[in-house]
Design a protein around this ligand. Structure first.
Ligand code: ADP
Ligand code: ADP
Length: 220
């Protein structure tokens, strides 16, 4: 069952072609990894699917909705990480969740949501007081506010120590096990091996390899 279908996607910034005909499918309920060096075109590809950027060419269908015809419906079923820099410094985690839920016109129970990312005891803390791993877990909680079918995680464990990364891996896997489809970008091979059901390796705007993550390291 395909939930995201991308066909011959192209993106040009001025004269520069950042995405040169990328095609892939994402299956419902899987963790799909986009791997590749900086500048490969990962964020551009994800931002187009999220409806945050226009494409130059190609076709994108998400859960039956064509991006060209119904971007609004696509936006509603994708949860994206909200940027920490945008957070109101005076609010605690509980209050931030309520604020974000209001932006989505959703009613959520902050404690329930914080419970899903193991941060209930931090509900009164400010975002800046959190450790790196806690910040990432909170950021994952923000993706879940609109009860999405798909979540996008951009480099979810960058800069974390090994224990915090393992905590994040556990959390991401548990979200997948509840039926949410996850697309993530990473530049860690071990992370892709642990987390992803399938990966696409992107370089210079093209997919150079599509694989199950086992033995990925041998291929590179
Ligand atoms: P990745 O996420 O894999 O690091 P990006 O999608 O961010 O790659 O970038 C792909 C290429 O497009 C890079 O060469 C980057 O410099 C370029 N690029 C990204 N955004 C813009 C933009 N707004 N204007 C011009 N070039 C851009
Ligand atoms: P960091 O490493 O950035 O400080 P963590 O995500 O590891 O952040 O969490 C901070 C603290 O919370 C650590 O002491 C960790 O052991 C604890 N912790 C994190 N996740 C769990 C969990 N799933 N169960 C129990 N304790 C946890």
């Amino acid at each position: 069952d395909i939930i995201i279908s991308v066909k011959d996607l192209h993106k040009r910034y001025g004269q520069f072609e950042a995405v040169k005909g990328i095609s892939f499918d994402v299956y419902r309920g899987e963790v799909f990894g986009l791997l590749g060096p900086n500048g490969a075109g990962k964020s551009t590809t994800l931002e187009i699917i999220e409806t945050l950027r226009d494409k130059t060419g190609g076709k994108v269908v998400v859960d039956g909705f064509d991006l060209d015809k119904d971007p609004g419906s696509i936006k509603k079923i994708i949860g994206v990480q909200l940027q920490a820099s945008g957070y109101y410094p005076g609010l605690n985690l509980s209050e931030l969740i309520e604020l974000f839920a209001g932006l989505y016109n959703k009613k959520v129970d902050p404690l329930e949501l914080l419970g899903r990312v193991n941060l209930v005891d931090k509900r009164k803390a400010k975002f800046k007081e959190l450790s790196g791993g806690q910040k990432q877990r909170f950021s994952i909680a923000t993706t879940l506010i609109n009860d999405p079918k798909i979540i996008f995680l951009d480099e979810p464990t960058t800069g974390l120590d090994p224990q915090a990364r393992r905590n994040l891996w556990q959390l991401i896997t548990s979200i997948r096990d509840k039926g949410t489809t996850i697309i993530l970008t990473t530049h860690y091979m071990d992370e892709a091996e642990v987390l992803c059901d399938r990966v696409a390796i992107i370089d210079s705007g093209k997919i150079i390899e599509m694989a199950s993550p086992d033995g990925l390291i041998d291929k590179l």
